[in-house]
Ligand binder design. Structure first.
Ligand SMILES: *Cc1c(COP(=O)(O)O)cnc(C)c1O
Length: 358
């Protein structure tokens, strides 16, 4: 049976988008493709409040996380960790033999400008990574405040942001915040099928990477920029996904950016209110995410069984991540889901567990 996805990726994909993905194929060196990329790019720039470069990579987000640290580090990276995806960026950095240090906070806590300031004050860094929305714990970090601080006090540090589970669901002002890389796969808040990653890159990052050896090949920003100027990609792009993205960006802009951000806040509030009534939220209150709620399993339910029951009713949520598998569960409120969807899914869980009956 078809299940509506309330998991943090892939998310529910509307039929119109699936249809856009089935448009006739075009050659990626043909004029039609360059026209498509030239059409979709300004829409992405608008959504990210940027005039700078926005690359499209045929890859899941993890590939571009790897590309980013390779392209932009000459000396040492500060990897900030508040959960499993921050840890992934650290693992990637180490796997590439790039010098790095860790700033780590307890699960459920977020990264603050003060902590980043203290860590960067040690000196020797020319890049940092941060996950804006830590999908394993439901923490949203104040990336705007952090990046602005870094820009003022440590202008030599490139700020690389994993916005995988919040881009297209929460406001990210790429230029005003002075970000250098901001990337996201499209299977989360973009509500598209997986396989494509959107990655904004600053002008100063492009200038810097030209001076860095061993950037790799596939994700080399210099090589990609050469083709970007012709509205192409060096290797074959994910044409069908870009066709679907072009359609989805029209719908996102038609909804209106302010309205889209607000809808995510509204969905989050429905889930949080329900969570606080029957359970407890996992993260510290100042770091609640607008796109994903991580809820403490205070009732000691069997999350897998509850999810199986929910499946019979046509929906799926997520268990906790890693060590929190049965200790928490996660409800994504991202993409094209609605406030009504959130009321419905929480009511279904309540009904399965007999929550109203106490
Ligand atoms: C899903 C996710 C990733 C990994 O994305 P892939 O597209 O599977 O590579 C990385 N970071 C965060 C925060 C995520 O939510």
């Amino acid at each position: 049976m078809y299940k509506k996805l309330f998991i943090p990726g892939p998310t529910h994909v509307r039929d119109e988008i699936l249809e856009a993905q089935a448009e006739p194929m075009i050659g990626h060196r043909a004029r039609e493709y360059a026209a498509l990329q030239a059409e979709v790019t300004p829409k992405l720039q608008k959504m990210l409040y940027t005039d700078q470069v926005v690359f499209l990579f045929a890859s899941s987000s993890t590939g571009v996380m790897e590309g980013a640290v390779r392209n932009l580090t000459a000396r040492k990276v500060l990897n900030t960790l508040c959960g499993a995806f921050g840890r992934r960026w650290h693992d990637i950095t180490q796997a590439n033999g790039i010098p790095c240090d860790v700033l780590e906070v307890k699960s459920g806590h977020g990264i603050t400008p003060e902590l980043v300031d203290q860590a960067l004050a040690r000196g020797g860094y020319d890049a940092m990574t941060i996950v804006m929305n830590e999908t394993s714990t439901g923490v949203m970090n104040p990336v705007g405040d952090i990046a602005r601080l870094v820009h003022e006090k440590y202008p030599e540090v490139m700020v690389m942001v994993d916005a995988v589970s919040c881009m297209a669901g929460a406001r990210i002002e790429f230029d005003a915040w002075h970000l250098d890389v901001c990337l996201a796969g499209v299977q989360k808040c973009f509500a598209l099928p997986p396989g494509l990653t959107v990655c904004a890159v600053s002008q100063r990052a492009l200038e810097k990477c030209a001076t860095i050896p061993n950037r790799g090949y596939y994700f080399d920003f210099v090589g990609n920029y050469k083709y970007y100027q012709k509205s192409q990609t060096p290797a074959t792009p994910a044409v069908s996904l870009i066709q679907a993205l072009n359609r989805q960006m029209d719908d996102i802009l038609a909804e209106g950016l302010e309205k889209r951000w607000q809808r995510h806040v509204d969905m989050a509030e429905v889930v949080r209110e329900w969570a606080n009534k029957y359970w407890a939220m996992f993260p510290e209150a100042s770091f609640y995410s607008d796109t994903l709620s991580c809820i403490k399993n205070t009732r000691g339910i069997n999350v897998a069984e509850m999810n199986a029951e929910l499946g019979k009713r046509g929906a799926m949520i997520s268990n906790g991540y890693g060590p929190f598998k049965e200790k928490t569960f996660r409800i994504a409120h991202m993409g094209d889901l609605t406030v009504e969807d959130m009321r419905w899914v929480t009511a279904q869980i309540g009904d399965i567990l007999g929550l109203e009956a106490g």
